[in-house]
Design a protein around this ligand. Sequence first.
Ligand code: NAD
Ligand code: 2HG
Length: 396
Amino acid sequence: MTYDIKIFNEIAAEGLQRFDQAHYTFNAGKTPDAILLRSQKLHDYTFPESVLAVARAGAGTNNIPVERCTEQGIVVFNTPGANANAVKELVLANLLLSVRPILAGANWVNSLTGDNIEEQVEANKKTFAGNELEGKKLGVIGLGAIGSMIANDAYRLGMDVSGYDPFVSVDTAWNISRRVKRVLDLDELLADSDFITIHVPLTEKNHHLIGADELAKMKNSAVLLNFARGELVDSQAVIRAIDNGQLKSYITDFAEPDLLRHDKIIVLPHLGASTSEAETNCAKMAASTLKTYLETGNIKCSVNFPAVEMVFRVPYRIAIINRNVPNLIGAVTSTVAEKGYNIDNLSNRSRGDFAYTLLDINDLTAEQAQSLVDDIRQLDNVVRVRAIKHPTLEEA
Ligand SMILES: NC(=O)c1ccc[n+]([C@@H]2O[C@H](COP(=O)([O-])OP(=O)(O)OC[C@H]3O[C@@H](n4cnc5c(N)ncnc54)[C@H](O)[C@@H]3O)[C@@H](O)[C@H]2O)c1
Ligand SMILES: O=C(O)CC[C@@H](O)C(=O)O
């Protein structure tokens, strides 16, 4: 069996190397089995029927039409946490840059001429004096992989840290220092913080999470950092708040024309995950989950289908994506029974309106597996079904 992967964007070689050349090609034709990408927007993309999965080498999946993929039985993966450290370090660097005019000072020194540079430096350095982060209040919105790391490290830098995340996962909560104060009301965090940093996904609900009303609740001296997604913040409201003296500054990783060349706004070119370590981690994780899904049907780190892992020990496995309705499994097992086959193992999990089933049957031949797939495909509410050949086991 060979698979073709359509690649968008620059994916780190360490990830691509996980696809062995004997079984994988890249961008070979118009019917790819899967897509591997970073920030490429797929909202206007028509997925060929051949596409089984999309893997995002990164955290955010707002560039992928996840709902449409789900309807088409396309499993979407991301790489939770794989670039969190890179974003954390960039946010900490920007917190430090926001209190010390380091770049302005360095630029000024470079502009000096004459043979009394040391004298000029000592006479003028007061122009570039700054403040310290220690003792200042940091509010973190979203305590997932990135927000929790920032909260912990900012506390270690001596900051007084609060976090707001009504949906925080138990796993992440375990990793957050008990010194980080959990705030249940966003308004409290907004009113209390000297620095506010956002680390939530862009969803319909989170669009303009920070707008004019929220900005009005912040201190006039507050610094707002956005390394999550541009659309989480109403940029026009931010510009108005800064120009009216209601916000000190805005630092964002997302370029928009109106934000550029404003002396109190720093815009970076989406650099959050741009370290070789993060790019490698994301590429390796995305490649592994994709490969596992294609070769075994097992699902891990999907944003639209449930995690399912079942030991693969028969020559052919049947993988079924279906609408989550009563008696679908009954219909599938009846189809198997009518053919006189014996089920070795079965796993079924649902997520929202859809469900995923792995079905291992003893000793199917390729022909029998295909005929079973054809019959199951005819059942109501089945969205997608395929037979997966075990990588090494041969049919009896
Ligand atoms: N700048 C970059 O290059 C870069 C890199 C990585 C991630 N990101 C962005 O950062 C986002 C967060 O990444 P992560 O890895 O921490 O994701 P994550 O899923 O681990 O954490 C997100 C957290 O936000 C919380 N949340 C959701 N809606 C919320 C709300 N309205 N208020 C408070 N909390 C809310 C969730 O409960 C979750 O704990 C990603 O979705 C992506 O958009 C940007
Ligand atoms: O691939 C990138 O450079 C950015 C990824 C980042 O936005 C993410 O959501 O993980």
